[in-house]
Design a protein around this ligand. Structure first.
Ligand SMILES: [Zn+2]
Length: 417
């Protein structure tokens, strides 16, 4: 009996990307011979999406000075508001505005609308954790809304500074250019490595309707960051090399302890994060491209609780903790959503221990971490690939049902059935 039910609205907010999706809680399927364990499949349908683009601003030395000064005063104002919020135990914007508005306009010389944005930024930060006084970096983001920012065509933007409005050319690549005409609302002005960027929110056009004919199972791990059911491996080796290099450097700098060493440490952690992001972007892009080429739905394990579930030797704990499964998962999520590729999450129970041929589930099927060898029928192969095949199999045996469900959901995304 198939019953899909609207479960919840899920808001995924990523570092530079965000979108809204609906999660449908579908049926429990009984699969294979291990019929005792009913397998729940989650289907994620994206119905409205927003994406944040980071565009570079082409600034002169004079522009830079004006923007930096504005940024510093804006964040100083945020700090002042944060102090008041903490002191008065309130995150109520209207209440705080009455108290601090005049002060911050006079003390920091910011415009009326900028004062409102500073109060808002501070309140949001205080609301997140009321046990600490919000503190903002002088180079923290400045929030520009339509009253203090306006686009002149697609290649120039006017921003309000303490010296008045300045017009800035926008540097945008051909890939992102077509999306800029769908700019929505406010933007964050950020300053990174001496360059100013605007993070603007744009609407993403509705993806093409896609009813999957096949499935692509993906197993996420440590040695192989991802392995798909066709046997392609995305190795973590390169990451390990970079990580150990960075670790050694960090240890040296920490033992040094000087101010300059501390600065280097900070730079280094930014570098590591960027490297991880890059790797995750590449892997997710390849997986989604493969799904499109093969008209497949992507099937993943439901990752809630992955840290508890994956058992790793103690020496690997740090790597495991650092390695951002969650980020990769989010990248696959939104890239699939943009392309209209359905994403299905399954309960990961026993995907690594089940024999795909005779369906025996046993710990003994995994004599080593990398190797699978069935104690019943003798089937053997690389463990991660077999796990990915099992992940795919849990959906593919129900493919006609899944395809029908998708067709129905796409026709009536809001209907409860
Ligand atoms: Zn077997």
């Amino acid at each position: 009996m198939l019953q899909s039910r609207l479960l919840c609205l899920r808001f995924l907010s990523l570092h530079t990307y965000s979108f809204t999706s609906i999660r449908q809680e579908p049926p429990s399927f009984r699969v294979g011979r291990n019929a005792e364990s009913s397998i729940c499949i989650w289907i994620v349908i994206i119905y409205a999406m927003m994406q944040t683009l980071k565009v570079k601003l082409d600034t002169s030395a004079e522009n830079n000075r004006a923007l930096l000064e504005t940024m510093h005063q804006f964040n100083a104002a945020c700090n002042y508001v944060g102090e008041k919020a903490f002191e008065l135990h309130t995150a109520n914007k209207i209440e705080l505005q009455k108290i601090v508005y005049r002060d911050i306009r006079e003390m920091f010389g910011i415009s009326a609308q900028m004062a409102v944005r500073a109060i808002s930024k501070s309140c949001e930060a205080y609301k997140r954790d009321k046990s600490i006084k919000p503190k903002f970096d002088p180079n923290g983001a400045v929030i520009y809304d339509q009253r203090i920012m306006s686009w002149k065509g697609l290649d120039r933007v006017s921003l309000l500074t303490l010296d008045g409005r300045i017009m800035l050319p926008v540097v945008i690549c051909d890939y992102h250019a077509p999306r800029l005409d769908r700019i929505r609302g406010q933007a964050d002005l950020i300053f990174q490595n001496g360059t100013f960027y605007l993070c603007v929110v744009v609407d993403v056009p509705e993806p093409k309707k896609f009813v999957p004919q096949n499935v692509l199972g993906v197993d996420l791990g440590i040695k192989n960051i991802a392995v798909d059911s066709s046997g392609e491996e995305f190795s973590g080796e390169k990451i390990e090399k970079v990580r150990s290099k960075i670790d050694n450097l960090k240890a040296d700098l920490q033992s040094c302890g000087t101010d300059s060493a501390k600065r280097h440490l900070k730079k280094l952690s930014g570098k590591e994060a960027r490297f991880h992001r890059d790797v995750n972007h590449c892997i997710s892009k390849k997986l989604v491209a493969k799904a499109i080429d093969t008209s497949s739905a992507i099937v993943l394990e439901d990752l809630s609780g992955i840290r508890e579930r994956i058992t790793v030797p103690k020496a690997q704990r740090r790597k495991q903790h650092n390695w951002s499964f969650y980020q990769l998962r989010q990248y696959i999520d939104y890239k699939a959503a943009i392309a209209g590729v359905p994403l299905i999450c399954i309960d990961p129970a026993y995907t690594s221990q089940e024999c795909p041929i005779c369906h025996l589930i046993s710990r003994s099927n995994r004599p080593t971490r990398d190797e699978f060898s069935c104690v019943c029928c003798g089937f053997s192969g690389p463990a991660d690939t077999i796990a990915a095949r099992n992940i795919a199999a849990r959906v593919s045996v129900n493919m006609p049902i899944v395809a029908r469900l998708f067709a129905e959901l796409q026709a009536h995304p809001f209907r409860e059935g």
